[in-house]
Write a protein that binds this ligand. Structure first.
Ligand SMILES: C[S@@+](CC[C@H](N)C(=O)[O-])C[C@H]1O[C@@H](n2cnc3c(N)ncnc32)[C@H](O)[C@@H]1O
Length: 239
């Protein structure tokens, strides 16, 4: 089992090189889709949980939203703040363990994408964390949470990867490159979900209009999940 903050060492090593990952290149398409799907209007308050270096937060702030990003990684929060300050954006970033998230009813919309602070908990605490994330919404506020697909993980299990059916955690040793291009191996522990599990979680969190879609980074759209979608995207509204 990983310790609680296993991702911090990866974030420290990656730093700004995180944004070289191919999956970050589709940020603008993802934000275009979310603005429409969550029915966002400029000026709304948006929370980005597990925001990383802030790629979605900063894009939303550039479009006129009031954004708060929270993440446990001090390095990622520092990087996000740096860009927000340089570009004069209305976005603030805080170091926070999502297990301690406590901003009930404050936001018009909350996003938690690409495992941000929900799918990296080692198979522990997800129900309580999901409920905390949903509770940040005002009544009628909109939610988007993405999670790695258990069906994809098992169907496309690669050499060296291990999937634990008891916890839904996929373990792999990934080669990570720092900003200088130096490579180092790190353990990754990604918690995987089924569409049904996400629906059942939503049922514990006072959410309505729940939809779960199959998702591919940079190509978000409303579509039924298949065994070949890497991720699932839950959209919902607070009752
Ligand atoms: C794969 S990154 C995704 C970042 C961002 N949402 C994106 O789409 O680029 C996962 C993020 O979750 C954060 N994270 C992991 N565990 C966390 C925790 N317990 N509390 C808050 N953030 C956490 C990591 O620091 C990392 O920034």
């Amino acid at each position: 089992m990983p310790d609680e903050y296993w991702f911090d060492a990866i974030a420290d090593y990656l730093g700004s090189a995180y944004l070289r990952n191919a999956f970050t290149k589709g940020t603008e398409q993802e934000v275009d889709f979310l603005v429409d799907a969550l029915r966002l209007a400029p000026g709304m308050r948006v929370l980005d949980v597990g925001c990383g270096p802030g790629r979605h937060s900063l894009s939303l702030a550039r479009r006129g939203y009031e954004v708060v990003g929270v993440d446990h990684s001090a390095e990622f929060v520092r990087l996000a703040r740096e860009v927000a300050a340089a570009d004069g954006l209305s976005a603030s970033f805080e170091e926070l363990d999502v297990r301690d998230l406590e901003r009930p009813g404050e936001f018009d919309a909350t996003i938690c994408l690409c495992q941000g602070g929900f799918g990296l908990l080692g198979g522990r605490d997800e129900t309580a964390v999901f409920q905390r994330i949903a509770a940040t919404l005002r009544p009628g506020g909109a939610l988007a949470v993405s999670a790695f697909s258990a069906a994809f993980a098992v169907r496309h299990l690669e050499a060296g990867e291990e999937y634990d059916p008891a916890t839904g955690v996929l373990h792999e040793i990934a080669t990570i490159r720092n900003p200088d291009g130096t490579e180092a191996p790190f353990d990754l522990w990604t918690t995987c979900f089924t569409a049904r599990e996400l629906e059942l979680l939503a049922a514990t969190a006072e959410l309505v209009d729940v939809e779960v879609h199959g998702a591919t980074p940079g190509a978000y759209r409303r579509q039924p999940p298949t065994l070949d979608h890497h991720e699932l995207l839950l959209l919902a509204r607070r009752a």
